[in-house]
Design a protein around this ligand. Structure first.
Ligand code: MN
Length: 252
């Protein structure tokens, strides 16, 4: 019944978010979704026991080991949610815009189940943006306090940065799935992605897709806003764009 709270909070006849089911197999994916809701935050999710254990990191992760980022523990999410990018209708729980900010796998250092229960997880991230060692530590709370506050802290290693280095959140604001920024997705109709079609109708996709499955592309601009564009009937044949050899990889 790990997803009961998740389901209770959502009306699936309105929101494109997946209803989800607990996956039988155990993987080790992780995903960070940048979520522009009432307040901008980053949802940090670690796959454990067939669900995504989740924390809302209000300021987002920091690569500086001294920077402790508040991570509010929230309800478990279904694995399919890890592949969700799009908009959630206004007025719905979490209404706003979601992009896949980072994804990959995580490796626990020590016993993950014991660490999770104890409120102290040490692990390594193998993402497209985040790597190295990280810690999630539960803060001492008042008894019966509804929300658990944890702290997300970067471990001091080669993947760490110092105060003078660029902030990863500013440096890499884009989606790892589509290269889009949150503002590129914001105008999208709920549940519709210009890249993947109808989000939320993907059945059977239970894991965050590995990077190879989706090409890194930028969002398709609104045609009427392209300079010099003329409205015309769709041609009978549209020639496919063939691949071209270039010397460097595109950004995003
Ligand atoms: Mn969120």
């Amino acid at each position: 019944m790990a997803l009961e709270t998740y389901r209770k909070k959502r009306d699936f006849s309105v929101t494109p978010e997946p209803q989800g089911r607990k996956a039988p197999r155990t993987g080790n994916s992780f995903v960070i979704q940048k979520h522009d809701a009432t307040r901008l935050h980053y949802d940090f999710r670690l796959e454990m026991d067939g669900v995504l254990k989740s924390w809302a990191v209000t300021k987002g992760p920091s690569l500086i080991p001294g920077e402790k980022r508040l991570a509010v523990h929230v309800e478990d999410h279904p694995l399919e949610y890890g592949g969700f990018e799009g908009t959630i209708p206004k007025g719905e729980y979490g209404g706003g815009t979601v992009i896949l900010w980072d994804r990959g796998t995580w490796t626990t250092i020590g016993d993950a189940h014991r660490g999770y229960a104890k409120g102290h997880l040490d692990f390594e991230l193998h993402g497209e943006k985040l790597g190295g060692r990280w810690h999630l530590v539960r803060m001492a709370g008042k008894p019966r306090e509804k929300r658990e506050n944890w702290l997300l802290i970067k471990g001091d290693d080669d993947a760490a940065r110092t105060e003078g280095d660029p902030d990863i959140l500013d440096e890499r604001p884009e989606s790892v799935a589509t290269g889009r920024k949150i503002e590129d997705v914001a105008g999208e109709a709920p549940g519709w992605s210009s890249k993947t079609g109808r989000i939320g109708k993907h059945r059977g996709r239970t894991r965050a897709a590995p990077p190879e499955e989706q090409p890194a592309t930028v969002g398709v601009p609104e045609p009427s806003k392209i300079k010099g564009a003329k409205k015309a009937a769709l041609p009978d044949c549209v020639e496919p764009t063939l691949a071209t050899v270039v010397s460097s990889a595109p950004s995003g």
